[in-house]
Design a protein around this ligand. Structure first.
Ligand code: ZN
Length: 466
């Protein structure tokens, strides 16, 4: 008889890319998946969502989610549709956010499939969505919320716990104990001084660390967010322009509203109308109210957020905005211009040089947001080319991710270095730069794993101790 295999960790995603986070931990025939993300951005990555999952979905015993962003949670409905029946552990706020994000993702996938059918550009006669809204709602029934800091049991004698990551509401780092080995997943790490969220909790002692590297080759400039946004808004308002702000519905939209509210209250910017045109963002904003204590906002701050903006709910009101004149500010999703209502605003206001498009976060390669940031001034939208003559500003101070200096400082505070370190969730240069800096500045040996690479956790930990 074959000996029972030792614990292994396999990288099913987030290698060479910031999307598709999926890590498979196996021990004695039990399979636990940490994160279950969608691949996004370049087509070659998105196509991976359509490949069969590397192990049968019904052979996975449990899923543990670090946070609700789709590149960490968005494959879950598909996994359930393919037969996964186990529990999905996450924090309470992550469960609430998944309740918004996953059905919305299903709806968008359905729309894309319908659009592809209409335009006939799919290779398939009847293009099917990866999953639909109903499948997403079905997947939500498997979510099991767990408090921060509480150890919980997983199948196969494994256990896990969540600590604060400070990246978005509910975001967690996960420590998973398997066969006496402690594996720590940073998930996405937030910043030490964020306007909305607490700093990431210190790295606990662990044998194996899986560390994100989104900004592994960059330092965020030391710019004050409020000052930066005030400068742009004053400039655009003075010329009667419209500031279109593509923003992630969860986190970024609320951060922008908080700054705008404070700036208008302090008289630093004129009281131009502010519109929040994203039903998802307005629902996410109300979630901050129900999770007081998990972020830096008081109940009064939450009221100020709601007070400053006119919330646009229905499609007709959204279209009507495009007929209004500036000065005004429109915050709308998606943050990287991959879809959503903001595209209609960019189409309407992008051609006028009085207006401005304010990119407010990370722009993944292959997205319209990245194209604009890199100086491209023609965007393909709704099957036609749109010339962009509006001012394009990449806001520098907004990021939900720690930069390289912040990650290294966070690691350096750890009393005991991990025996093995894997650097993931970064484009190739970012991941390798962070790996090299860990070696040079901390004396820690790290490795950037390949897609589908599997490591023996016993061997991994012992080898690195030599
Ligand atoms: Zn994230």
């Amino acid at each position: 008889m074959l000996p029972s295999p030792g614990p292994t960790l396999q990288f099913l995603g987030a290698t060479g890319t910031v999307t598709g986070s999926r890590y498979l931990v196996e021990s004695g025939g039990t399979r636990v998946l940490v994160d279950c993300g969608l691949f996004q951005g370049y087509k070659v990555l998105r196509e991976r969502n359509w490949r069969p999952f590397p192990v049968p979905a019904d052979s996975i015993d449990a899923v543990v989610l670090t946070h609700a962003h789709l590149d960490h949670s968005g494959y879950l409905p598909r996994l359930v549709r393919e037969g996964f029946r186990g529990p999905v552990y996450c924090t309470r706020a992550s469960r609430d956010l998944c309740g918004l994000l996953l059905p919305d993702s299903g709806r968008l996938l359905e729309e894309e499939a319908r659009f592809a059918a209409l335009k006939g550009y799919s290779r398939h006669a009847r293009p099917e969505p990866l999953y639909d809204e109903e499948a997403a709602r079905a997947a939500l029934r498997q979510l099991r919320p767990i408090e921060f800091g509480r150890q919980f049991e997983l199948p196969g004698g494994m256990s896990a716990s969540f600590i604060v990551a400070g990246h978005i509401l509910g975001a967690a780092q996960v420590t998973l104990t398997v066969a006496g080995r402690r594996l720590h997943f940073t998930g996405d790490l937030g910043r030490p001084a964020d306007a909305l969220l607490p700093p990431p909790a210190p790295l606990p002692p662990c044998d194996v660390l899986v560390c994100e590297s989104t900004y592994g080759d960059r330092s965020h400039p030391h710019v004050d967010g409020e000052t930066e946004i005030a400068t742009v808004i004053r400039r655009v308002a003075a010329r009667g322009g419209v500031a279109v702000v593509p923003a992630f519905a969860v986190g970024r939209a609320q951060e922008l509203l908080l700054h705008l509210a404070r700036l208008q209250q302090g008289g630093t910017i004129p009281r131009v109308p502010v519109y929040l045109n994203s039903p998802m963002a307005s629902k996410a904003t109300s979630l901050y109210r129900s999770h007081i204590g998990e972020h830096r906002l008081s109940a009064q701050d939450c009221d100020a957020l709601f007070g400053i903006a006119t919330i646009i709910e229905d499609v007709e009101a959204s279209k009507a905005l495009n007929r209004r004149r500036g000065p005004m500010v429109i915050i709308s999703a998606s943050g990287m211009l991959t879809g959503g209502r903001v595209l209609h605003h960019v189409e309407a206001f992008g051609p006028d040089p009085r207006n401005a498009i304010l990119l407010s976060g990370y722009q993944a390669g292959g997205t319209r947001g990245a194209a604009l940031r890199d100086g491209q001034r023609t965007l393909r939208m709704f099957g036609r080319n749109v010339d962009i003559r509006a001012e394009v500003v990449q806001l520098q101070s907004f990021s939900a991710h720690a930069d390289a200096d912040e990650i290294l400082a966070w690691l350096a505070r750890s009393a005991t270095p991990p025996s093995s370190i894997y650097v993931t969730h970064g484009e190739p240069t970012a991941a390798d730069t962070l790996r090299a800096r860990m070696r040079r500045e901390l004396g820690w040996n790290a490795r950037v794993p390949d897609q589908m690479e599997r490591v023996d956790l016993g061997v991994a930990a012992d080898a690195a101790r030599d």
